[in-house]
Design a binder for this molecule. Sequence first.
Ligand SMILES: [Zn+2]
Length: 429
Amino acid sequence: MKNRSSSLLLGLLLTLGSAELVSAQLFGTLPERCASTQRDSVRLAKNPSLVNLRSRSEEVIERHIHANRVNLRTSADELITIPVVVHVVHNQTDRAVGGASNVNISEEQIQSQIDVLNEDYGNTSGYKGFYTDSLSVDTKIRFKLVTVLRTFNVKTQFSPITDADDLAEISPAWSTNRYLNIWVCRLSDRYLGTSQFPVVTEITDRTSGLATSENEETDALTDGLIIDSRYFGRNSSAITSSIYNLGRTTTHEVGHWLGLIHIWGDRNCGTDYCNDTPTAFTKNETTDLTCAPVYSQCRTAITRNMIENYMDYSPDACMSIFTNDQKERMHAVLALSPRRVKLVEFSKITGDKLLVDIYPNPVHETLFANIFTPNFEIYTVGVFNQKGQQIVPDMTNRTNLNVTSFPSGLYFYNVTTATQTITKRFVVR
Ligand SMILES: [Zn+2]
């Protein structure tokens, strides 16, 4: 509250005009844009060792950016496509899809969010604010919707700070080594959304690809975003806010998921580790849809805040910028966070053939499958015995199979996409 009132005071001192006064009166009714920092505090409290890992992460990212400035520019110019899995968790008993005040949002609303991400990360959103012309860049990151999973649950609302585990149990993440998982539901506590920050370990982990401390095992299950359905996408009757109505809550949360920090550094005149974002006294939490200038006085100079930045709290209509330093930071995270590295490697595989690799074989506990489908196409797995009888029901996107209850013998692992099928034999001992 202290931050908020001092920022208000500063805002009133530094800007003239009725919009600021209106926003001041409405502050009490504004929802909280983002719970990522609060959710992060809960994670850190549970795992104090993460604090060390975190400060080491900052150093490693910095070092990587400096050592690879030239290389990064090159690799940052290559398009990286992030496959997205959307989990809609709703309490709509009749399973109806779409319509006003329905958490079980329409396919169109979901696709509109993917469009927004591609426009914002591609710098084609069109809005030109004060800082946009010179500083807004194409991040060279793109998004592709792979599938929508809809799950009914009686719970009417979830906490963005403490319910990530709950949501991951209700609708389990698809491998967070391969996909960005987004849970869409109704949030409590007036929050719009939240996300899980990446953990970045030493560069050597990039090659080993097997950083599996206990923290990482549990964090892998919840790695993704949680967004309130009323702020997901645009142009839908389910979206009623006039301020957070263009899908930029998700643009902002993906920024955190790729390692970006709030533009004011989460403290008065804090740092976001990006030199081309002006230091800001605090967040731009306002109802001012005219996007009037906001100023900060940090140290001695008065600077104009970059309220257009996606990592501020501005109304959706006022946002249009990721800077080059933010782009480089996101690409550094994509190159240094073990799960993000794997996601990028997977995403970069090209080809039009279905590839299936199962191991170990023979197997006596868990059979794992490494499956590549062209263009992130979804696949179904069926398991058959020697008599051709299906012994495990078809399952979408299955990557492992517990065989401890199987009698010894020969089995068939059948992987199907819309156009291709591959069958592999395996032996249970
Ligand atoms: Zn945030």
